[in-house]
Design a protein around this ligand. Structure first.
Ligand code: PGA
Length: 219
């Protein structure tokens, strides 16, 4: 990947109204001028078309990502958003988050199609795995290790285990590896280590701008 590391991804999930998000974008954009790595915001799909121009207006370093991508290229798929429709608006797409696997029955086979669609639209997939045994589709460069027990629970994996998992993933492919699962301002530094864990995927602690800014400052 060409963006500088560490890579910090804010996954807002199904949270925030546009008004909340607009304030968040202003606050975070201002705070990251000196940040050496890359910060990506993944808002709800409905706000993506407003987020990209807003970050441009702000002269912001923030990159925009989607939380998912359709398995379909385009066509009669009510409710879906195809990669080609947001290709000009996002740089990254989270694919295979465990919440998608759990609540939307996403399978390895289907996720492979999503990765292909993202790549075709020139969107960089951030592919989530639960351990070193999760199948990673070809064409993926960024993998996020996200153990299910750590997501939204306040109980992260240990940095030692996360690093050992990351080494195993890197032995399988030339991946940029992120850790995700209860990352907070007070533990983020214990996870990121140059060449081992290249960044973090942050859910709950990314919602409040001040908390997220303090997380970025702790790096
Ligand atoms: P969390 O979520 O930071 O709230 O644990 C992480 C994620 O789901 O990506």
């Amino acid at each position: 990947m060409s963006d500088p590391l560490p890579l910090v991804v804010a996954n807002h999930k199904a949270n925030k109204t546009w008004d909340d998000l607009a304030v968040w974008l202003e606050q975070v954009s201002q705070a990251i001028n000196d940040f050496q790595g890359t910060v990506v915001v993944c808002p709800s799909m409905v706000f993506i078309s407003e987020t990209s121009p807003k970050t441009k207006d702000l002269g912001s370093k923030l990159k925009v990502g989607s939380q998912d991508i359709s398995q379909f290229e385009k066509g009669a798929y009510t409710g879906e958003v195809a990669a080609s429709q947001i290709a000009d608006l996002v740089t990254y797409a989270i694919i295979g988050h465990s919440e998608r696997r759990q609540h939307f029955q996403e399978t390895d086979e289907l996720l492979k199609t999503k990765v292909q669609n993202a790549k075709r639209a020139n969107i960089t997939p951030i592919f989530c795995v639960q351990d070193e045994n999760t199948q990673v589709p070809g064409g993926v460069d960024i993998v996020a290790y996200e153990p299910v027990f750590a997501i939204g629970t306040g109980t992260p994996d240990t940095p030692q285990n996360a690093k050992s998992l990351s080494r195993k993933l890197k032995a399988k492919g030339k991946y940029t590896v992120l850790y995700g699962g209860s990352v907070h301002p007070n533990n983020v530094k214990s996870f990121i280590q140059k060449g081992i864990i290249d960044g973090v995927l942050v859910g709950s602690a990314s919602l409040d701008a001040e908390k997220f800014i303090s997380l970025l400052k702790s790096i």
